[in-house]
Design a protein around this ligand. Structure first.
Ligand code: PMP
Length: 417
């Protein structure tokens, strides 16, 4: 029998697409997704994607964990489970969160399919078309895409190299309210922010919490990178100071591996039921197999040491990137100096359009993400996100050098000083 699969065409695409619901029109591939095909060519140094570097994860040990799980507890691991997530893993998640000062009860934890799913569920529950969601400027592209699909009006709040500026938050709240719009929540990433790489200091965390408490605004604290501080632990999570007004999102994607797709939300008790019902309607329950693999790993393996070895690996790459930016980028460029996480945010002279520059960078065999991907309003055209998590330090040096050359040539052609 032929193994060839025939694809039958049932008519022009339009026949199907014109039946789509209105909301499908709001579903676009992110700029990062469309870059992936090019950026993953082996000849290109990709400073574009934020894929965790799994070269430091001992695969034999992971194979042992999964093997033991199937042999000893396969009937549970391969069965449906609780919509809220496995009770034992939820206890272990509380231990992980304790590292960032959070005291939580496992009943208030909901396991999700990556923290991306938690973003979707929260948006589904809170956002009516036209509602305002406040976010950092710039912010995580995956969150912006989700908020937009639920027709939020995304309003960016100014950041500096210490994260969101509290004064700017006050001003944004006042201006949104003056225009009669409703603010549903403030979404922020306090640790080694994606895409800016900056850390929100403890004093600002408190100040932002106080502003939101007095203005009665929920905070969604998204924290996938919190344990990836290179030199010292990150300040306590905002959730550690407020269990009523903060929805906290965590993930094992960066500290263990993203392929398990295990994240979680820690929510105020009044939100829990809705969130579980919303989750059940999309996935019935998070994968028991993935949850119990993570659980077995946390129970039996030195996971804190493993995180330390990830940090060592990322720190060497961060150093390679910062050194080569210093050596090869024009003097008029500025960039952030991340103390953890995956990303550096580069700002160029405003005449340089980083989207238009991309084809030239690809010819020079390097890829990055243009800054506009991280804004809902088209801003950011002269900035770019560079991620150092994946390539080797040598390849990072090569890529940054090539990119510096492309930018300098562009500046000369446009006679920018
Ligand atoms: N939030 C932020 C800030 C991220 O950078 C990412 C992944 N890049 C996510 C959420 C989603 O992560 P996951 O679904 O793998 O937990």
């Amino acid at each position: 029998m032929s193994s060839e699969i025939t694809r039958f065409h049932t008519g022009p695409d339009q026949q199907l697409t014109e039946r789509f619901a209105n909301r499908a029109a709001l579903m676009h591939a992110s700029e990062i997704r469309s870059l992936f095909a090019v950026a993953s060519r082996p000849d290109i140094v990709s400073l574009a994607g934020g894929m965790p570097n799994l070269s430091a994860l001992p695969m034999e040990m992971m194979a042992g964990v999964v093997n033991k799980l199937i042999l000893e507890n396969g009937a549970e691991a391969l069965q449906y489970g609780s919509g809220q997530g496995h009770p034992f893993l939820r206890e272990q998640i509380c231990e992980v969160m304790a590292l960032e000062g959070i005291r939580a009860h496992p009943d208030d934890v909901i396991v999700t399919t990556g923290s991306q799913q938690a973003l979707d569920l929260i948006s589904r529950i809170f956002i009516n078309p036209g509602d305002v969601v406040l976010v950092e400027a710039p912010s995580y592209v995956g969150a912006l895409g989700t908020f937009k699909q639920y027709e939020a009006n995304v309003v960016h709040v100014q950041m500096d190299d210490q994260g969101m500026v509290p004064e700017a938050l006050r001003a944004a709240i006042a201006s949104v309210r003056a225009s009669g719009q409703q603010i549903k929540f403030l979404y922020l990433i306090p640790n080694y922010q994606n895409p800016a790489g900056v850390l929100l200091p403890a004093e600002r965390r408190t100040e932002i919490l106080e502003i939101c408490q007095s203005e009665k605004i929920f905070i969604v604290e998204d924290n996938p990178y919190g344990l990836l501080g290179f030199d010292k632990p990150s300040p306590n999570a905002m959730r550690s100071q407020d269990s009523e007004n903060v929805i906290y999102l965590g993930s094992f994607s960066k500290t263990i591996a993203p392929g398990f797709r295990v994240g979680w939300a820690l929510v105020p008790p009044s939100l829990k039921e809705k969130l579980v019902i919303a989750a059940e309607s999309s996935i019935l329950c998070p994968s028991n197999f993935a949850q119990l693999s993570i659980s077995g790993y946390l129970a039996d393996q030195p996971w804190r040491d493993q995180i330390a070895s990830f940090c060592k690996l990322y720190r060497a790459r961060r150093d390679a990137m910062l050194e080569s930016l210093e050596a090869h980028f024009p003097a008029s460029a500025t960039w952030t100096k991340p103390a953890g996480g995956f990303y550096v945010w580069v700002t160029l002279p405003p005449e340089i359009d980083t989207t238009a520059l991309m084809p030239k960078a690809i010819v020079a065999k390097v890829a990055y993400v243009p800054g506009t991907a991280f804004y809902a309003d088209g801003f950011g055209s002269w900035s770019m996100r560079l991620s150092y998590c994946h390539p080797t330090p040598e390849r990072i040096r090569e890529g940054v050098k090539a990119l510096g050359g492309v930018i300098k040539t562009e500046m000369e052609n446009r006679q920018i000083g």
